[in-house]
Design a protein around this ligand. Structure first.
Ligand SMILES: [Zn+2]
Length: 328
């Protein structure tokens, strides 16, 4: 351990409503660092400017780590150099009315951008006696020749919109949110263009890639003593490979994996079953909380069957206001 600086005490990061570090205390409760920010993340004031000094992670704006070498924040898909991102939003065509370099729709006091791209649920508060909505957005990059298959998969999810509800206790009332799937497909002329687009957004592996191989199957697996062809595979939770001539449901099943769902062996009639015999379209309603948990999304008072596969990173109140964010 010669010539190495060891971290000798624990440090506790206390964040504001956007998880930006405001106060750091050491193991004895003494304030070690205090930070003030301008709205888009520039540090305005630091209590102890040499505090981090490369020995402890310098989590600052939105609890993202400040890269000491370039003075920028690593937002997975993109670097942010306050107050702007240094590269375009990978989904800039979707938000053509705003600058592709803008951070959080120019509303940094309300929104955060946890991965640097939209891969997230959105909460629309109930009003005028109507149900609220939780909209799950995701985008898949594919070639023209794979378009029919990926769109078939996306449609299976989009057609589930409004079929599942999330109930939240609000005082005496139960408020109901309809689950809406907004699964989008972006089609490219050929594999090179698709890959180029994918590489430009993948960041920490958070973009969704969809491709069909020339193989009839991706190997075999024995389930209940029966040898079965593997029709599809999802790698790293965001890259889908589907075998040539796979059944119709395969694309939808693999999209489910990218939304954070595992194979459910006990749900033999469901889309997320690992058995491919039937053309299945439904999921069980309690899988919705797995999708929301994976996206780090939770509503205060939610009664939905909670599973703890993932710790929620963001908590919303019933008005759709962000209440709390957590460091990964
Ligand atoms: Zn599967």
């Amino acid at each position: 351990m010669k010539n190495r600086i060891e971290e000798i005490t624990k440090h506790y990061y206390t964040g504001n409503h956007l998880s930006s570090t405001q106060l750091v205390t050491d193991g004895t409760g003494v304030a070690a660092q205090q930070v003030e920010y301008a709205p888009f993340g520039e540090v305005v004031n630091e209590y102890n400017i040499d505090w981090s000094n490369g020995q402890v992670p310098d989590f600052k704006f939105n609890a993202k780590e400040l890269d000491e070498e370039n003075g920028m924040y690593y937002f997975e898909a993109r670097y942010q150099s306050p107050p702007v991102f240094i590269s375009r939003d990978p989904l800039f065509e979707k938000y053509f009315w705003m600058s592709p370099y803008a951070y959080c729709g120019n509303n940094p006091l309300k929104y955060i951008d946890p991965t640097g791209m939209d891969y997230d649920p959105e909460l629309v508060a109930p009003k005028n006696g109507q149900n609220g909505q939780i909209i799950i957005h995701a985008t898949y990059y594919a070639t023209e020749s794979d378009e029919a298959s990926v769109c078939n998969g996306a449609d299976r999810w989009n057609q589930m919109s409004g079929q599942y509800q999330y109930n939240v206790i609000n005082g005496e009332n139960i408020e109901t949110y309809d689950i809406i799937f907004d699964i989008q497909v972006q089609v490219f002329e050929n594999a090179d263009k698709r890959n180029e687009a994918y590489e430009s957004v993948r960041g920490n592996g958070q973009a969704n890639l969809f491709q069909i191989t020339n193989e009839e199957g991706l190997g075999t697996v024995t389930i209940d003593g029966i040898n079965r062809i593997i029709n599809g595979q999802t790698e790293g939770s965001n890259s889908i490979v589907v075998a040539k001539n796979a059944p119709n449901r395969t694309s939808g099943h693999e999209i489910g994996h990218t939304l954070g769902l595992p194979d459910y062996v006990d749900d033999v009639d469901g889309l997320m079953s690992n058995i491919y015999d039937k053309n299945k379209t439904k999921i069980k309603s309690n899988y919705i909380s797995n999708i929301l948990n994976r996206c780090g999304f939770k509503i205060i008072g939610a009664t939905q069957n909670e599973t703890n596969y993932f710790t929620p990173k963001r908590t919303y109140d019933m008005n759709g206001e962000l209440k709390e964010t957590k460091i990964d």
